[in-house]
Design a protein around this ligand. Structure first.
Ligand SMILES: Nc1ncnc2c1ncn2[C@@H]1O[C@H](COP(=O)(O)OP(=O)(O)OP(=O)(O)O)[C@@H](O)[C@H]1O
Ligand SMILES: [Mg+2]
Length: 352
């Protein structure tokens, strides 16, 4: 666990699911492709894969879903099983440490069943190699005994569909990646799509929400449905205690001011990093270690927790000479860039 992890869990804009998320997410998950909002490309591609398999009366090809946390990979895996009318077995890379663990799961699968392997990039090497053969030939070699007397007993498997999910597709060994018939790359959501997510979730939670309220929450959700659902719950709380129970624009603005999530989805940590970069270092370039000391955080926290979103938003650039604020960063914090500031006009700095 890096220092960043503990920090990340406490944030209202954290990408990973906290305990409350886990409790409510099951209830908020879309059940079929029709209910699944956004990701139109992946949805269309997957729809073709599943329809064709159904028409052939065959088991669907193996599917890999890659994308940032909270974009809907687990949700889609459940939908794949539902659309195929098949049961789903759920496990994860870290849970499979020995090839034997995987063999036990594979050998108990029924025909057509969906095996959901979350965090597939974290599986052990020997298990990975067993998985290659299982995916391709629906067969595993179970090794019995140890040393020179060990024998491999081949075991036939019924056809099944492996759905792998990963936040780090780049870490998958190519032989594993190549064995998936279809890879869906999940993108960040557009505000309009997140607005629909908020409306849908509010309906399921029995909360009244106005279009302006939903739009305000959507705009602060960092392109991520999980965050949209979490912000919605906090705004609902505010509306219940200090408002009339309706998630209006005012409720969203007031509630998220309390939680220090600004109109662009930056929280206290993001703003502290950006603020230090602008106010103390004139927009940079400054080394990340120095920046971390300035905001009183671990370097890893700044690098892994705050920076990715700031970079994605085009507010901060990582250059060979250090961190540099973009002109948009000055504007976002309502500051005027000094005439010579690197962020003020030398756009060449941001290339590459
Ligand atoms: N397209 C969508 N439409 C509506 N709600 C969605 C959609 N995608 C995700 N969600 C909501 O966001 C929550 C998080 O999604 P999910 O758990 O599937 O993300 P994930 O990609 O598996 O994240 P992780 O990488 O952390 O496992 C779900 O509870 C679901 O309610
Ligand atoms: Mg998941």
């Amino acid at each position: 666990m890096s220092p960043g992890d503990g920090q990340e869990e406490e944030r209202l804009v954290a990408t990973a699911a906290d305990r409350e998320d886990q409790a409510v997410e099951a209830a908020l998950r879309p059940r079929d492709l029709g209910e699944f909002i956004g990701q139109s490309r992946v949805r269309e591609q997957l729809d073709l894969v599943l329809r064709a398999a159904r028409a052939r009366g065959a088991t669907a090809d193996h599917v890999l879903l890659s994308g940032a946390p909270g974009l809907g990979k687990t949700t889609l895996s459940m939908i794949i099983a539902a659309e195929m009318g098949a049961p789903i077995r759920v496990t994860s890379g870290p849970a499979i440490q020995h090839a034997g663990d995987l063999a036990a799961i594979l050998s108990s699968l029924g025909e057509g069943e969906v095996l959901f392997l979350d965090e597939i990039h974290r599986m052990s090497r020997p298990a990975e190699e067993m998985l290659y053969m299982a995916m391709e030939d629906f067969r595993v070699d179970v090794v019995v005994g140890k040393g020179p007397g060990a024998t491999a007993i081949p075991l036939e498997l019924p056809p099944f569909t492996l759905v792998g999910a990963t936040t780090r597709a780049g870490l998958l060994p190519p032989p594993l990646r190549d064995r998936f018939g279809f890879t869906g790359h999940m993108e960040y959501y557009e505000p309009a799509e997140l607005q629909r997510v908020v409306h849908r979730s509010a309906g399921l939670l029995g909360v009244e929400v106005t279009a302006e309220g939903a739009a305000e929450i959507a705009g602060r959700s960092r392109g991520t449905p999980r965050i949209a659902n979490r912000l919605l719950r906090r705004v609902r709380d505010w509306a219940q205690v200090r408002g009339d129970g309706v998630v209006t624009h005012e409720a969203a603005v007031s509630a998220l001011a309390v939680y220090e999530v600004d109109e662009r989805g930056l929280d206290r940590l993001d703003r502290a990093v950006l603020g230090a970069l602008l106010r103390l270092f004139g927009g940079g370039p400054v080394g990340v270690a120095t920046l971390a000391v300035a905001v009183g955080e671990e370097r890893e926290t700044v690098e892994e927790v705050a920076e990715p979103f700031l970079v994605r938003e085009g507010l901060l650039a990582r250059t060979p000479r250090g961190r540099v604020a973009t002109p948009a960063a000055w504007r976002h914090l309502g500051l005027t860039p000094p005439a010579q500031a690197p962020g003020a006009g030398q756009d060449g700095l941001f290339e590459g």
